[in-house]
Design a protein around this ligand. Structure first.
Ligand SMILES: CC(C)(COP(=O)(O)OP(=O)(O)OC[C@H]1O[C@@H](n2cnc3c(N)ncnc32)[C@H](O)[C@@H]1OP(=O)(O)O)[C@@H](O)C(=O)NCCC(=O)NCCS
Length: 393
């Protein structure tokens, strides 16, 4: 028994390969992100989010007619049940938007007869519904919490444009639509991160896809995952102006704290998505008549990387959250919606993984996740504990 008393473990599954996937890959050393064989840096600015949804769910880039069909299916599924709008109206205005989104994902299952049909076609239909409806939920919540009436989706508008329209109540400019469409594409998928693993783990029990996506949203809500973009923006607001950026770097590093938006668990180069977002952040700042947030970010990147190298002797790199924060801010999007924006994009990847998990797109067929743990509590001694009646404890 003594030998079983081993030190506590906390591996976070780092370095453990738990499944095969054809959905995506992150090659951290080379700074490459691949969606079904395509470099994301090639897809961005060329493909639309709807094309990426097709690529992730149907495993190929669409033809013109397939894309038209994909768009039509998403448009047809955008409305959310009035009962969900009514439920949103009962929530306190200061509820966390990620909690709203997570609850809504679960509630949507109540209104979908397909939850009782585990066939591939049924799960695909539900996947498309989730991708179509979560933006409507989020935009509706933003308006309801501000005392405004939700805006119905506009079938004339594509996915990105429609979301901005439902959020702001006016048709966005083509340039802003393009920026937002690219952010959706860049956040759509990222291999076995925490939230995707959560979705796959739930799907492996054969729970329905709403349960899997709801769990994934909960996972993404944590500040070590989808919450980092919010922390980047709060840091930029705290710094306030470009003149303060260099001093901030020195102060933060000398206190042993972290500069938000730098560093990544997998990338050992700049995150390829950050290079696509940086010029958009600059341009969005110009359009808003205030490039301060981009400028602060640029100085933080330069000085932060240099100071980190001087102190630690190793390099540090920008991640996806570094420039998305200032981009969203210049677009006028409320800061606490940044993580939900991540979710309405990543739902494309989560649902692709659920389909793969349940229908074995990759061989061998996936199985129920059931890791082992190392028990280090009582019973490590010579014998198990004997039960003590409550009055004698
Ligand atoms: C993302 C992150 C968790 C990756 O972590 P990691 O690669 O496992 O690296 P660690 O957290 O173990 O840090 C290694 C060292 O670099 C330092 N470091 C890591 N990221 C840093 C940052 N952004 N700013 C300053 N120092 C940083 C750590 O303090 C640590 O120093 P130490 O060895 O003296 O203790 C980490 O870089 C981080 O917290 N970044 C800021 C938050 C963020 O942007 N998150 C979004 C990720 S997409």
């Amino acid at each position: 028994m003594e030998d079983d008393c081993k030190p506590a473990l906390n591996t976070g599954l780092r370095g453990v390969t738990v499944a095969s996937t054809k959905v995506s890959d992150v090659i951290g050393d080379l700074g490459k992100l691949i969606y079904r064989g395509y470099l994301v840096s090639d897809l961005a600015n060329k493909a639309s989010f709807e094309e990426i949804v097709h690529l992730l769910l149907f495993e190929k880039l669409p033809s013109h007619s397939e894309l038209d069909d994909m768009k039509a299916r998403l448009v047809a599924e955008r409305d959310i049940p009035p009962a969900i709008i009514d439920a949103l109206k009962t929530r306190p205005a200061d509820a966390l938007p990620m909690d709203i989104l997570q609850a809504a994902a679960a509630m949507l299952a109540n209104h979908d007869k397909d939850v009782n049909d585990p066939s591939h076609d049924s799960v695909m239909r539900m996947a498309i519904r989730l991708i179509a409806k979560l933006p409507t939920v989020l935009a509706a919540w933003e308006r309801i919490r501000n005392g405004k009436a939700p805006i119905a989706p506009d079938p004339e508008l594509d996915h990105a444009a429609n979301f901005l329209y439902m959020l702001f109540g006016e048709r966005p400019t083509p340039e802003l639509v393009h920026f937002f469409d690219v952010t959706l594409l860049l956040h759509a998928e990222h291999s076995f991160n925490a939230s995707t693993f959560a979705a796959r783990e739930v799907a492996s029990t054969r729970a329905h896809i709403y349960a899997a996506v709801s769990a994934a949203i909960g996972s993404l809500s944590g500040e070590l995952h989808g919450g980092a973009n919010v922390r980047v923006m709060r840091m930029l607001l705290e710094i306030g102006s470009p003149e303060n950026a260099e001093t901030y770097v020195e102060q933060i590093l000398s206190e042993g704290k972290k500069i938000m938006g730098l560093g990544h668990a997998v990338y050992k180069t700049d995150d390829p998505r950050a290079h696509i977002l940086a010029p958009m952040s600059k341009r969005a700042g110009e359009l808003a008549g205030d490039t301060r947030w981009y400028e602060i970010s640029r100085i933080l990147e330069e000085k932060g990387k240099k100071a980190f190298k001087e102190r630690k002797g190793t390099d540090i790199f920008v991640n996806v959250d570094f420039y998305s924060a200032s981009l969203y801010y210049s677009m006028g999007i409320p800061v606490d919606l940044y993580s939900p924006l991540f979710a309405i994009a990543r739902v494309a990847g989560w649902t692709a993984h659920v389909l793969e998990e349940q229908f074995a797109g990759a061989a061998p067929k996936p199985m129920l996740y059931r890791p082992e743990s190392r028990y280090i509590g009582e019973y490590c001694g010579p014998a198990e504990c004997s039960f003590v009646p409550i009055e004698k404890r």
